[in-house]
Design a protein around this ligand. Structure first.
Ligand code: IPE
Ligand code: IPE
Ligand code: MG
Length: 241
């Protein structure tokens, strides 16, 4: 039912925003350039959007940078992406001064030693920052995350540390990469694709979605604001009335 225009609305901004950075390849193709070129442009957009998210008061923002399925791409493209992640981390150091905490989610074991070290260093140096938590999902898959959580629980049961009756939603949540992070409120996916592609499948159980045809490199600060505005108009019921 349409809302009364005069109805007073309480605008509660999203605490945790997830962004599926998609469309880099198509953006490059439209310009007759290699896919790598699109990824570089996408990385620039990422750095801008991180700052704008902090500016508008978002507390947690998670960017999907590389999925557990993205290894299917050419070696050339995968290598270019990995190099770009490492380079981006150097640029992100400036954010530490702005009180931003950096965290990574995903299976790190398949990443290069140098990238892993660099990730750990960023996490360590920004550990006590409180203005915003920037989460980057690299070699992340929601199914992989849940599978790992279940494996640690099974191990604890076998070791006699846990009783199967103690397995609760809270326990599973505590074994995910996102541990104590709040659930995702809003998921933004540019590029016209209407799917999660294995992103935060547990955490997004009650998320709101914002889809746009804009390709990620063209995603503007205004687009982020628009997504937040649209989110604020939604009526979240969580199964209630
Ligand atoms: C997203 O852009 C970046 C990654 C998945 C790493 P794509 O590379 O998927 O771009 P399209 O979807 O091919 O345009
Ligand atoms: C999702 O995009 C993964 C990231 C943005 C990192 P993809 O381009 O890999 O997703 P599909 O293949 O279109 O579902
Ligand atoms: Mg894509």
């Amino acid at each position: 039912m349409a809302k009364d225009k005069n109805e007073a609305r309480v605008l509660i901004p999203p605490v945790h925003v997830g962004v599926i950075m998609d469309g880099n390849g198509r953006w490059a193709k439209k310009r007759g350039m290699p896919r790598k070129f699109g990824h570089r442009a996408g990385a620039k957009t990422f750095r801008r959007i991180v700052r704008h998210a902090k500016h508008i008061g978002i507390k947690y923002i998670t960017f999907y940078a590389f999925s557990t399925e993205n290894w299917k791409r050419s070696e050339d493209e995968v290598n270019a992406l990995m190099k770009l992640f490492e380079k981006n981390l150097d640029d992100l150091d400036e954010l530490f001064e702005e009180n931003v905490r950096i965290r990574f989610i995903g299976d790190r074991t398949k990443l290069s030693y140098s990238l892993r070290k660099r990730m750990e260093q960023s996490e360590r140096e920004s550990l006590n920052n409180t203005a915003m938590t920037l989460v980057i999902a690299i070699n992340y898959g929601g199914r992989d995350e849940i599978t790992n959580a279940v494996r640690t629980i099974a191990q604890d049961v076998r070791d006699g540390k846990l009783d199967p009756a103690d397995v609760s939603e809270e326990l599973i949540q505590s074994r995910l990469y996102t541990e104590e992070m709040p659930p995702v409120d809003l998921i933004i996916r540019p590029s016209g694709e209407l799917r999660l592609s294995n992103f935060m499948i547990w955490q997004a159980a009650y998320a709101e979605y914002y889809f746009t045809d804009i390709l990620w490199p063209d995603f503007s600060n205004k687009d982020l604001e628009k997504a937040v505005e649209v989110y604020c108009e939604r009526n979240r019921r969580f199964g209630g009335v």
